[in-house]
Design a protein around this ligand. Structure first.
Ligand SMILES: C[S@@+](CC[C@H](N)C(=O)[O-])C[C@H]1O[C@@H](n2cnc3c(N)ncnc32)[C@H](O)[C@@H]1O
Length: 231
């Protein structure tokens, strides 16, 4: 696992091309996955949502479109600047604010949010268990912690086909088109390989103090949405 500083430098370097590559390399399917995550969060209009590791803000914006009041936080300023620029262009922009914060030390009181979410971010947090505990800490009792993340497909055939794309095609295209010298798109499949598979992530969420954890595989198990409730 790279240090927080290394993760910060990597995302700072790829920030200008992050959205373009995200949508290109996922063929746009990431937008649908974000909508599924928001639906599974059982968000009601007016709910307070914190989206950590919010990057350029796409999951935060999807929550705002569902009627939530959203705070997005990320520790890379250049990502937050891009999220803020996007926020200003959408009708729900007034319901969102973005700020720079480390997900391991969130600047919020215990029990502040109805939903605490993270999209493709918790895998990059230096200490997964501490990150999950911090998400739970700022979540209200009966609130939901929602994690959208790549995972290891349970079916061998999907693992094989997707694994070829993920390990051989995506790194070449991503590192080439990123516009800077980077191995961020080599790190991506490696970080998924070393991240806990969906059943194990559910256990880690439970260890962090969450209950009634459920998860749903997306696209044959390439990604998953986990939802856990705060006591
Ligand atoms: C792959 S991007 C995901 C961005 C966004 N959530 C999305 O769905 O596109 C991961 C983000 O996590 C952020 N990140 C990683 N570790 C973090 C930490 N400890 N605190 C805050 N942000 C962090 C990075 O800066 C980066 O913007």
């Amino acid at each position: 696992m790279p240090t927080g500083e290394a993760v910060r430098a990597m995302f700072d370097a790829i920030a200008p091309r992050y959205d373009f590559l995200n949508h290109l390399l996922s063929a746009g399917i990431d937008r649908r996955w974000r909508r599924v995550a928001v639906n599974l969060a059982q968000c009601k209009p007016g709910d307070r949502v914190l989206d950590i590791c919010s990057g350029t803000g796409d999951l935060a914006i999807t929550f705002a479109r569902a009627g939530a009041r959203v705070t997005g936080s990320d520790f890379v300023n250049s990502m937050v600047v891009r999220a803020e620029a996007k926020r200003r262009t959408i009708p729900q922009g007034a319901a969102i604010r973005f700020l720079v914060a480390d997900s391991l030390q969130l600047p919020f009181r215990d029990g502040t949010f109805d939903v605490v979410s993270v999209g493709f971010g918790i895998r990059n947090v230096e200490n997964l268990d501490a990150g999950l505990r911090e998400m739970r800490r700022v979540c209200k009792p009966a609130g939901r912690v929602v994690i959208l993340e790549f995972t290891t497909p349970p079916a061998r055939i999907v693992r094989g086909v997707f694994g070829f794309y993920f390990h051989h095609i995506l790194p070449r295209v991503g590192n080439t088109l990123a516009g800077v010298r980077t191995d961020a798109y080599t790190y991506l499949p490696h970080s998924v390989d070393t991240f806990p598979a969906a059943p194990e992530l559910a256990k880690r969420m439970e260890c962090a103090g969450l209950v009634n954890i459920q998860y749903r595989y997306l696209a044959g198990g390439v990604a998953a949405v986990h939802v856990g409730f705060c006591k």
